[in-house]
Design a protein around this ligand. Sequence first.
Ligand code: NAD
Ligand code: UDP
Length: 334
Amino acid sequence: MRILVTGGAGYIGSHTVVELLSVGHDVIVIDNFSNSKSSSFEAISKISGKDVIFYEGDVADISFLRNVFSKHSIDAVIHFAGYKAVGESVEKPLKYYDNNLISTIRLLEVMEEYQCYRLVFSSSATVYGSPKSLPILEDFSLSTTNPYGTTKLMIETILTDVSASNSKWSFAMLRYFNPIGAHESGMIGEDPNGIPNNLMPYIMKVSTGELPDLKIFGNDYDTPDGTGVRDYIHVVDLAKGHLKAIDYVMEHVGVEAFNLGTGHGVSVLDLVHTFERVNHISIPYTIVERRSGDIASCYADCTKAHEKLHWTSSKTLEEMCEDSYRYVINQKKK
Ligand code: NAD
Ligand code: UDP
């Protein structure tokens, strides 16, 4: 199949492109490098032994999109492109509403023009807000606590309405839990600029000495060790979930949401200690105040993805920690 991947130079997108190429799909990528670099494609080519067809441009630019669709007969789209920093979205909400919503609307318009009706969308566990119980099921009530999360929920609503307007559409909305890890080659991974907001990128910067210590946001939560619990999933497992979702949208119509996680809760201290143990390195940390807006625990029930997508995660927390460290050490050598 010929798959268009928006945001394919980014963290999850680049891993997904590798998996798509490995099973023989033709892949076309659009990215504007607002949060990635073109060197992703050199790494993808080295890993896969295949070249990626790539267009630099903005998904919100309708004439650019039409040009891409007119050149290739696209069977399905995976839509990663968007901004994702929660804190920045609070400071600059219009930037987030503009990029995340407008790019999705333009994409859907052009897909309809070119009669391409199958889309896999990057949603997030953030759409569950503060869940009423755990593990989280797809039919839980939805709410958000920041503009980034609201863009994801609004896009889910848009996809649901668009699906109801024309029965040809097929949408899979993948609600990711906490992706970490990197490709085992150490050539692609997550490497944010500046001080990271998320836990694993922060640990990675402490592991290389770029930051002195980890600040753990609270140890008085109602969790086994008092630190926050999340469902960390290896990015390669997540990438493979997109291949299953592509198969699903090719065979079904309508709109479905799927949780992609491991189903297991891991505390901040569990993650820190596993990282230290498998990589033989010390991660100094201090306990500080809770971060505003954080919930105590969040982990998925992934039964639906297992039953309908025939997908399940397989990589361990140890592998996530080893692969993240390998990637950051490789980056340092460059
Ligand atoms: P990322 O920032 O690494 O990748 C996104 C890519 O999209 C980047 O390469 C960026 O340059 C590109 N991009 C952004 N806006 C664009 C536009 N208008 N036109 C063209 N390209 C554009 O992020 P990621 O971690 O790979 O996340 C991918 C998707 O998954 C995002 O939509 C994100 O919100 C969602 N998501 C991520 C996480 C996570 O923890 N990483 C969790 C849940 C959901
Ligand atoms: N966290 C932390 N220090 C950091 C970053 C995160 O203690 O520098 C904690 C955070 O409070 C949460 C967990 O790590 O309990 C995961 O945070 P992250 O931002 O990675 O994911 P999210 O909270 O968005 O699920």
